[in-house]
Design a protein around this ligand. Structure first.
Ligand code: PAF
Length: 277
């Protein structure tokens, strides 16, 4: 009889799999950012599993759940070309049957920055990702660094609920002007796209200033905020420098801190971030 006194050791023997499964959870409307996750999964696993599920519980009542871009045929074509093995497209009724009431509440981290502007969003993400990980039981699950606070949420539930999945965070994919790829970019007009280039420009400039020796968070953010606020086509939701695990604001910048930003341009809300490296 084997007696095991650590969850980690227990997992090593109980979850031994012949084949390594990589999961890429998505809400569809796939772009190169998603495909970079799929390619990483393809390189590192025997089986690649992609889920497409526009999760209603992570959208607020005023948000774009019904308008969220959907194009299953195109998504499936793209995934076929990437040699994906399985695509799971569950229905809302199957994911959230009548009477569904169990949710994952991650506390303080869900209330700041994105959480402040999108109440309930991260608990919706935490719940659906927990469900997708328990349905798919992958070895590795892939997420994009653009959604930095989402990544922190997922790392937290994985650790605290002992989900035992390796979480792989892949770099943000950007267009030729530096705009982070996002399904919500589909909503932007050409002139709004030009305005949106200011987001990465600002992050880059702050990163450079840090490299040139400015380590005071207030000085750096105040300068950038006043530049952004002089452009009336941008509504700044937040610009802050935080640690990447708890999203606590820092006074003095150091390696691995994140500069995070959210803005609204027209009716489209965009987020981005850069890591101090
Ligand atoms: O990043 C997304 O597309 C979604 O938030 C996710 C992780 C698939 C959960 O619905």
């Amino acid at each position: 009889m084997q007696i095991i006194e650590s969850i980690e050791d227990f997992r090593k023997i109980s979850h031994k799999k012949e084949t390594k499964v990589g999961l890429v959870p998505t809400m569809g409307a796939l772009h190169e950012g998603h495909l970079s996750l799929v390619r990483a999964a393809r390189r590192e696993n025997d089986i690649v599993l992609v889920t497409i599920f526009v999760n209603p519980t992570q959208f607020g009542p005023e948000e774009d759940f019904l308008q969220y871009p959907r194009n299953i045929e195109r998504d499936l074509d793209l995934l076929k070309k990437e040699d994906v093995d399985i695509v799971l497209i569950p229905t809302v009724d199957e994911m959230y049957p009548d009477g569904f009431s169990t949710t994952v509440n991650i506390g303080k981290l869900s209330e700041k920055f994105e959480g402040q502007f999108r109440p309930g969003h991260f608990n919706g993400v935490a719940t659906v990702v927990t469900k997708l990980l328990s349905i798919c039981r992958p070895n590795v699950a892939y997420f994009g660094a653009k959604d930095a606070q989402q990544c922190a949420v997922i790392n937290k539930i994985n650790k605290e609920l002992n989900l035992g999945v390796e979480i792989s965070i892949q770099p943000t994919v950007r267009d030729e002007n530096g705009l982070a790829l996002s399904s919500r970019n589909y909503y932007l007009s050409d002139s709004e796209k030009t305005t949106a280039n200011l987001i990465f420009h600002t992050l880059n400039k702050m990163h450079k200033s840090w490299k040139n020796g400015i380590t005071n968070s207030k000085i750096l953010t105040n300068q950038a905020i006043s530049t952004l606020q002089s452009d009336k086509s941008i509504e700044l939701h937040y610009l802050a420098i935080v640690d990447s695990e708890h999203f606590e604001e820092v006074d003095t910048l150091k390696y691995d801190n994140l500069i995070i930003i959210a803005v609204k341009i027209g009716s489209t809300r965009l987020i981005d971030n850069i890591t101090l490296t």
